[in-house]
Each structure stands twice: as C-alpha cells, then as structure tokens.
Design a protein around this ligand. Structure first.
Ligand code: UT7
Length: 323
C-alpha cells in the first residue's frame, strides 16, 4: 500500500453575468469571428457587485465538500491559488476559512498565476503525504476581469472569472492501481516576466496594475513547455500516453490545446475543453474544467487523468492521477 492524495470531490462556481463576444465587440475593436477563430472562446463570466475571488472560492469549496461528503470541520489545510486576491493581505484562503466556519487549520495563498492550481495541488499533495495534514481544500479562484485593461483588445477578450476546488484526502491506496496523485512536476523560468505580467503592485507602483501580454511569444512557449512537462510527468508515473483517459488542460486557447495534444499523439476527444464557455480563468481554469467533466459524467472513478497548466512567470506544471 502507498499513502496518496485522493480527490474525494470537486466543485466550481461562476459569476452570474455571462458576456458573449458580440457584447465585447461593442466595447473594443474586435469581432466574434476573430475571437472564435484565434482562441475558440465564445463566452466568459464576469464578476459583478458583491462577487469576489473569495466569494467564488467559498461557493466552489462548498460544492466540492458536498460532493466529497466531507464536513468543513474535517479540513485541516486550505490552499488557494489566485493572482487576484480580495486584499493584498491577508491571504484569501483565510477569508474562505472564516466563511466555512473552520476555526483552526493551515490556510495560505499560492501565486503562480495560470499554473497556480497545479502548484497548490502539488504543495498540498506533499503536505498530505508528509503527514502535515489529512484533508485539504485546494482551490483556484480568480476575478481576472478586475485587472484587465478593458481598452486593450489583445487581452480583454481572453479572460474570464470563476473558481474551482477539490477536496484532497491522504489515503493508503493500492501500489499499482490505487487512486490518487501518482506524480507531479513543476517548473518556473523567471526570465520571461516581460512576456506576461501585471504592470503594477504594492511594492512598485502602489497600484494594482493591469494584465499585459505578448500573446504570440506566450503561445510558442506554452506549446513546447506543456508537451515537455506532460511527457515528464507520464515518465515519472511510468504511464504510457495511450493509457491516459482524460487530459484536463489549462484553458487559454483552443489552438494551444489542439497543438499540445497533437505533439503527444493524444486523441483530441480525450481533452476536456471549456475555454469556449469560460475563456481563460487563470488559476481557476483547471479545477473548473475538471469539475465540469466530473459532473457531466465524462471523468469516472479509476480514470487516469493528466492536469497541466502554464502561465505568467513563466510557471508551468502537470500532475497525473488516478481519479
Ligand atoms: O494563460 C496564460 C497563457 N496565455 C496564453 O497561453 C495565451 C497565448 N497566446 C494566444 O492565445 C494568442 O497569441 C492570442 C489569442 C493572444 C493572439 O492570437 P494570435 O493569432 O497570436 O494573434 P496576434 O497577436 O498575432 O495578432 C494578429 C492580429 C494583429 O493585427 P495585425 O498586427 O496583424 O494587423 C492584432 O492586432 O490580430 C489583431 N488582434 C485582434 N483583432 C481583433 C489582436 N487582438 C484582437 C482582437 N480582435 N481581440
């Protein structure tokens, strides 16, 4: 038997307001045709009054706890991945903790932008297997709309808001076909800050800043890095790409999803795609897509699932798990 971190439940949350491409075309010089052809995005959800990163995270966490049949009091670790916290400090994870009525547990945020959920999941997995916690809530939540430049058509059409969460539990599982996270691999290369960043911060401009991206450069790096890290993680777990049931990728651009799947020789029908409905929700995108595919019955217990993401930093990573 091996001690592994098992996903016991998933949940997600979206803001009330859905915005389609036609509505964006009334705000900036763009069109439904351009956005669909270049990105695959048709709609995104945008947070309104009273909807924040933490409020979306709380809703996603409650849904994941319900699905897992786990009471909030059993949670001894909360890791929230976000680039858009409610406040500069304290960590939004502590806002979630208070809202769930959990009086004492470890709670902190992870900042790795679009790779944030993979980073948070890997940290939680290590803490669970190391004995530092038994039951973790791992959440990716964002309100990217609040840091977009709504006059910059090269970025504002790409992002959306939302949250996704998983309940992760340390369990003794069968060495060979037991459930749980089998392997993870993370990377960062800080030389690429200038290709994707926010042009502000508490310690520099004293302002929150707006998202800036050199899209074509990010695209090129994404396809190479994601294919490489997926290969690494499959090798670590001694799994053949042909045996993977589902890939749940970061949802940045439908063309990146296609190109990455092709590079690995994966059947595109096995790639979970939600970018058309949710756009790029940064740290929320992987758990949001995972929850979507679990709830619509595609991902079933026992399936081999690969999660992957790449984002600002650059940071990138992947995990392979038996769901
Ligand atoms: O989540 C973190 C990871 N992020 C990503 O992975 C994003 C990676 N990058 C991408 O997804 C793509 O590069 C974009 C979707 C951002 C851009 O697509 P592209 O095919 O690389 O377009 P481009 O930047 O080369 O722009 C082509 C043209 C330009 O016009 P000119 O210079 O050829 O006249 C842009 O100004 O499209 C223009 N353009 C637009 N036109 C209509 C850029 N944005 C828009 C727009 N609507 N929203």
């Amino acid at each position: 038997m091996t001690l592994r971190s098992v996903i016991e439940g998933t949940g997600s949350a979206l803001p009330r307001r859905r915005v389609d491409n036609a509505e964006l075309a009334t705000m900036v010089d763009t069109s439904d045709e351009w956005i669909v052809e270049r990105t695959g995005i048709r709609t995104r959800y945008i947070a309104g009054e009273g909807e924040t990163t933490a409020s979306l995270a709380v809703e996603a966490a409650r849904n994941a706890l319900d699905a897992a049949g786990v009471a909030p009091a059993e949670v001894d670790l909360i890791i929230l991945a976000t680039a858009t916290p409610d406040q500069t400090f304290p960590a939004s994870a502590t806002i979630v903790q208070a809202a769930l009525g959990i009086n004492d547990c470890v709670a902190f945020d992870v900042a790795a932008v679009c790779s944030g959920f993979l980073y948070a999941l890997t940290v939680a997995d290590n803490m669970l297997r190391g004995g530092g916690a038994k039951t973790a809530l791992v959440i990716g939540a964002e309100t990217m709309s609040r840091i977009l430049d709504w006059e910059d058509r090269t970025t504002c059409v790409l992002f959306g808001d939302g949250a996704g969460a998983v309940v992760l539990r340390a369990q003794e599982t069968d060495d060979h076909d037991g459930r749980g996270i089998l392997a993870s691999k993370l990377h960062a290369d800080g030389r690429h800050n200038g290709l994707l960043n926010v042009d502000g911060g508490p310690s520099t401009t004293g302002t929150v800043g707006k998202v800036r991206m050199k899209g074509q450069d990010v695209f090129r790096h994404a396809v190479v890095n994601l294919a490489q890290v997926m290969r690494e993680v499959l090798e670590l777990a001694s799994i053949d790409a042909a045996d993977v049931n589902w890939v749940v990728p970061h949802q940045a651009n439908a063309r990146i999803l296609d190109a990455t799947a092709r590079k690995l020789g994966l059947d595109p029908a096995r790639v979970v795609v939600t970018v058309d409905r949710h756009a790029n929700t940064s740290a929320a995108s992987v758990p949001l897509a995972l929850d979507t595919a679990v709830r619509d019955g595609r991902i079933e217990q026992g399936d081999l699932v690969v999660l992957e993401a790449m984002g600002g930093g650059f940071t990138w990573g992947a995990s392979v798990l038996r769901f």
